[in-house]
Design a protein around this ligand. Structure first.
Ligand code: BGC
Length: 756
């Protein structure tokens, strides 16, 4: 298991060319204030306006309509940023209008959803979260920033750091899963990856942590739906990844579509001013989500767009994405006294500061070098990096009788399922700039391994093509090709069934009410199982699925998510044992849809233990634990845990040690996880909370002592008012290989000021 990043880093650092020493905060302030002093109110409001891309920019300027207005506004200096314009040539054309034709020549930001890559795609973010490898995740965002910046982009609308426990929600594919501790680590790794150490370097871009806040708790998993969570959940579960991104210096935050306590997030002063800007001292800017300023009218919170503009600006939403609310109405709101000029000045300063930090005033075209674009898009080093990330992202859910790995060249392998031959779905959702059908298929990936492979599709997933924007996939019902698949299965030693979701069955607006295999895939699986039970189920999906039948009957299950450009190569390496899987689930896989939302860090309730009478917190028709728990993931080797020691070393510092040994025959990587429970507190705490993890490599027969130190940061929690507290008393500890399995201990911490 070599780390390819050594080579990759070299290339990335060669192309990092920083222009000058980053300026101090004071120097920047002076520049920002000087510029602000020259601006008219209209120009200031212009900086707060973010437009979507508009016309065929290689043609003449449009004469009328929406595009003409945008063009005219650009010339006037009434646009601060554009989204969805990419490619050096296109970006340069638009930047030239702003810089050469507007009065002050203030350069534009160019924002784009670089969610898991620009051209070269890494795995979807939920998959990457399964790697629990922060260096690799940082590198993945670095690759994305390198390609995006080479194509003119200087601002990504990522990372999405919404915690979610509801697999029905299509956007779980975009985030880090269900846990705030893991989510917070991922948030900062991604911000580091996108922004680097120097925002003015040509290969770094401004990041945007989104969606602030609570969006992942949409009721019933329906996108854009109402969020109704208590403040304990808000402070302890939803906010930590955002806080972590802010601590890491994220330059922008996007607010969200949902209401929280009846207030649309875009108009929420408590979230954007009290918490983000005041309590956390965030000095970047807040951008609205697409049209979310205007949607405050639809929510029933704003009377009209003018009212919405005032509400959003006053609440701290600094830039309006495509609602036309600020550009058309904010000036009147200032003139009438509804919005103080100080609100405008503060927002504009924040936006200008980011532009200065990006070095755009030194060179507005610094991201517009066509040579660099040509050299870096789909760069071979990026292919290696995303392949490595893809290998790290897979989770071996089950491997009865060590059916995996397959033996090279000695088995007759039937590969069944449309996804095995699909070069599009594995790219996953949210890949608006990448080229369709550029993934390595699993069949292609398996070719070099010399196995005797036959292939049958068995069934399609959906009828007809689906695209990111236009249509929702419709499940296939045709079973006419089952027979051929069954025939192949019967003649083979082992069957690799590749089933799951179409690449666009998850993502924005792609909520589902079922978590099964779409179409007739479950029936196909059962039909093939009748012919040959030696099945390796390779899952490709953008969310946790509920597959109780497969979990019970199929001997081996490998979760591969949507792994991006190098998908097929990476999966084949795992199937044939060239890479030992080490991923761990970042979200619980439920037994049935009825368990959702589900997460390992639930509360105990007053009635947790199922007895023979009915009045307990259980289901009458299903267990309450998940099918595959958070943190679960097997390896081709066995890791044994022993010698747990728990020691109070300081007032509020606990050292926890455990020995992990590789008892199997191959080398592998393990992710050791540490969970605690605060047994009695002034606010009831969850039965388990992840508070540490380590990923490490062990050769066969090798052992390692893993040491964790818990400090106040891990021992404390937020109360309902958002105050962080560490309370004396007993804590339980569990250290192990998943959230459901490990060695247990306990410790007691004394009141503040006491010695241990
Ligand atoms: C999404 C955002 C995205 C924006 C711009 C919205 O619909 O919610 O996450 O950044 O569109 O594409």
């Amino acid at each position: 298991m070599t780390n390819k990043f050594t080579g990759v880093l070299l290339v990335f650092s060669i192309v990092t060319f920083s222009c000058s020493q980053p300026e101090t905060i004071d120097e920047l302030d002076v520049k920002v204030n000087d510029l602000l002093a020259q601006m008219t109110l209209e120009e200031k409001i212009g900086q707060m306006n973010l437009y979507n891309g508009f016309w065929d920019i290689t043609g003449p300027a449009p004469q009328e309509g929406d595009a003409a207005k945008k063009y005219a506004d650009l010339e006037q200096g009434y646009v601060g940023a554009m989204l969805n314009i990419h490619g050096t040539e296109n970006v340069r054309k638009i930047q030239e209008i702003a810089v050469n034709q507007s009065r002050l020549g203030i350069p534009l930001l160019f924002g784009y959803d670089i969610i898991h890559g620009y051209k070269t795609l890494s795995p979807i973010p939920l998959a990457e979260a399964a790697s629990w490898d922060m260096e690799a995740i940082e590198m993945s965002s670095r690759v994305a920033a390198t390609e995006a910046s080479a194509a003119g982009i200087n601002w990504t609308f990522a990372p999405m750091v919404d915690i979610s426990r509801d697999a029905r929600w299509g956007r779980v594919m975009e985030g880090g899963g269900e846990d705030p501790y893991l989510g917070a680590k991922i948030a900062s790794a991604r911000v580091r990856g996108f922004q680097g150490d120097d925002l003015s370097a040509a290969n770094t871009i401004a990041a945007c942590a989104k969606h602030f806040a609570g969006y992942g708790f949409a009721e019933a998993g329906r996108d854009y739906n109402t969020v109704d969570i208590g403040t304990i959940t808000l402070y302890n579960e939803v906010l930590p990844p955002f806080r972590s991104a802010v601590n890491q210096g994220v330059r922008t935050i996007m607010n969200s579509f949902n209401i929280l306590n009846g207030i649309p997030a875009t108009g929420d002063t408590f979230l954007q001013r009290d918490i983000l800007k005041d309590k956390w001292s965030f000095n970047g800017f807040v951008v609205s989500d697409w049209g979310s300023t205007g949607e405050m009218i639809t929510h029933g919170y704003a009377r009209d767009l003018a009212h919405a503009a005032a509400l959003a600006a006053n609440a701290g939403s600094d830039m309006d994405m495509e609602s036309y609310a600020y550009v058309n109405h904010l000036k009147a709101q200032v003139d009438s006294g509804m919005v103080d000029i100080a609100v405008i000045d503060d927002a504009v300063k924040r936006i200008l500061r980011v532009k200065f930090e990006l070095g755009l005033f030194d060179d507005p075209f610094r991201y517009c070098d066509p040579e660099r674009e040509k050299e870096l898009l789909y760069h071979e080093e990026h292919q290696q990096a995303v392949r490595d990330m893809a290998r790290k992202s897979m989770v071996l859910l089950k491997n009865e009788g060590n059916l995996l790995p397959l033996s090279r060249g000695r088995q007759k392998v039937a590969v069944i399922g449309a996804l095995a031959d699909d070069n599009n779905s594995p790219l996953g959702s949210w890949r608006i700039s990448s080229d369709d059908s550029t993934a390595v298929t699993l069949l292609e990936g398996m070719e070099p391994y010399g196995a005797e492979i036959t292939y049958a599709k068995g069934a399609d997933l959906i009828t007809g093509p689906a695209t990111f924007l236009n249509n929702v996939p419709i499940n296939q019902t045709d079973k006419s090709e089952f027979r051929q698949a069954v025939r192949l299965a019967r003649r083979s030693d082992v069957v690799v069934m590749v089933l799951g979701e179409h690449g666009f069955q998850s993502g924005e607006g792609r909520s589902r009410t079922r978590l099964d295999l779409p179409g007739v895939q479950q029936e196909l699986l059962e039909a093939v199982f009748e012919a040959n039970q030696n099945i390796v189920l390779v899952l490709m999906n953008g969310r946790p699925l509920a597959l109780p039948w497969a979990a019970e009957h199929v001997p081996a299950i490998l979760e591969t998510w949507h792994l991006g450009t190098q998908s097929g190569h990476a999966i084949a390496q795992v199937l044939f044992g060239e890479y030992n899987p080490s991923g761990k689930l970042p979200m619980s896989f439920p037994r049935s849809i009825g368990q959702v939302p589900i997460s390992y860090n639930r509360y105990n309730t007053g009635r947790p233990d199922a007895l023979d009478i009915v009045f307990w917190s259980t289901y009458t028709d299903e267990a309450i634990d998940p099918l595959f728990p958070f943190g679960h993931g097997l390896s081709y080797t066995n890791f044994e845990y022993s010698n747990l020691s728990v020691q109070l070393v300081d007032k509020h510092r606990v050292e926890i040690k455990v020995t992990v040994s590789n008892e199997g025959r191959v080398a592998g990587e393990e992710v050791t996880q540490l969970y605690i429970r605060d047994v009695v507190a002034s606010v009831a705490r969850p039965i388990k909370e992840l508070k540490g993890f380590r990923k490490f490599h062990l050769e066969p027969g090798q052992s390692e002592t893993i040491v964790f130190t818990l400090t106040e940061n891990e021992l404390g929690f937020f109360d309902a008012k958002g105050n962080f507290k560490v309370e004396p008393g007993k804590f339980q500890v569990m250290v192990g290989t998943s959230s459901a399995e490990g060695l247990s201990g306990e410790f007691t911490i004394g009141p503040v000021g006491d010695q241990p």
